[in-house]
Design a protein around this ligand. Structure first.
Ligand code: SF4
Ligand code: SF4
Length: 343
């Protein structure tokens, strides 16, 4: 990685050790991830000794090809022993001429959450009662319309003339915001529509800007990735993301060996450790090999589309050209490459 590339990724390059040394002003909790990694390299279930080299390796994007290959080999060996099956750890870089974009037909989604479950299985997310991580969130929203009558006669409680809560065009107390955890007996429900959310792979990602050690960065195909080894667990990215896209491993992830997906990518679905952030990577282990993401594949109504924004023939480009499209929080100038559309 050249100096120029470093500049492109934002602030000056900061080494993790520099950061930790200068981090006296940060709270002890914010550094707990790093402290844990340094003091407790791997819990007892590992069947092999974790090599210290792993914890002290450079940030992945700054490693030479040779160093990268060594790291991948080491991880393949370690995971294969740990999970009792042959695990591959791919390091494929972004393909030339590809900029991934995603489009979701909000009119079609039936809120079944199959996408969320498929993502957990494909991407080796933690499961179980203690720590369940899902990169996709499906919001349930009430159907409704803003009428002129609502606006004129039901927008404000009583005679006060000021908005004190609830939706701007409904009386205070009526909740129209999305529900993150719904338990519908069957979907779609008559009075609801659904809005799945995941990482928007922003062109100007706030999470990248705030990361003090540049463990998260935007690859040339537009995917925002995380080098888990370099993450210090400060969780600034989680606070900065306006889309609630990042998750944090507060505990050691629970990933049953028999359910572990052995086809992994270094920057994607390889097993994570306690104290690191994670999020959707557009299934980097699949898409850099020309495959669809797991959520595109599983959606029963075909609401999800993935494509190359640089290719005029791609599904996503066709959506952008022919449908009614919007982006979430466009006012923030994050330029998401995740588009919602209607027919
Ligand atoms: S693109 Fe892949 S990683 Fe992202 S939400 Fe879909 S299944 Fe999960
Ligand atoms: S699988 Fe498709 S229909 Fe089901 S919640 Fe996800 S996007 Fe919606």
């Amino acid at each position: 990685m050249s100096k120029e590339d470093n500049k492109e990724n934002g602030a000056q390059s900061v080494s993790r050790r520099d950061f930790l040394r200068k981090a006296g002003t940060y709270s002890a909790a914010s550094l707990s991830g790093a402290a844990m990694l340094l003091s407790n390299p791997k819990p007892a279930q590992a069947t092999t000794n974790v090599e210290w080299a792993e914890h002290f390796q450079k940030n992945y994007r700054l490693m030479t090809e040779e160093e990268k290959q060594e790291a991948l080999d080491r991880l393949e060996k370690r995971y294969s022993e740990e999970f009792g099956k042959e695990v591959t750890v791919d390091g494929s870089p972004a393909m030339d001429g590809v900029l991934f974009g995603y489009a979701l037909n909000i009119q079609k989604c039936i809120g079944c959450r199959r996408c969320a479950k498929a993502c957990v299985a494909e991407n080796n997310q933690s499961r179980g009662d203690e720590q369940q991580i899902e990169w996709i969130r499906v919001l349930r929203l009430e159907k409704g319309q803003f009428s002129a009558d609502d606006r004129d006669n039901a927008g404000y409680p009583g005679d006060y003339g000021i908005q004190v809560g609830g939706n701007a065009y409904k009386p205070a107390g009526v909740v129209l915001e999305g529900q993150h955890y719904y338990e519908a007996e069957q979907v779609p429900e008559k009075d609801a529509f659904y809005m799945p959310m995941q990482c928007m792979q922003c062109e100007k990602p706030p999470c990248v800007k705030v990361c003090p050690v540049q463990t998260t960065y935007r690859d040339p195909d537009g995917i925002v990735v995380i080098d888990y080894n370099w993450c210090i667990g400060c969780r600034m990215c989680i606070g900065a993301c306006p889309y609630w896209a990042r998750r944090f491993n507060w505990g050691e992830p629970s990933l049953p060996a028999e359910e572990m997906n052995p086809v992994t990518h270094y920057l994607g679905n390889r097993p994570r450790m306690k104290g690191v952030a994670e999020k959707c990577t557009f299934c980097v282990q699949r898409t850099r090999k020309g495959r669809w993401t797991a959520c595109v594949e599983v959606c029963p109504v075909g609401a999800r589309k993935l494509g190359n924004l640089l290719d005029p023939e791609s599904d996503v480009r066709k959506v952008l050209e022919t449908k009614k499209v919007f982006r979430l929080r466009a006012d923030l100038n994050t330029y998401p490459k995740f588009f919602y559309f209607m027919d």
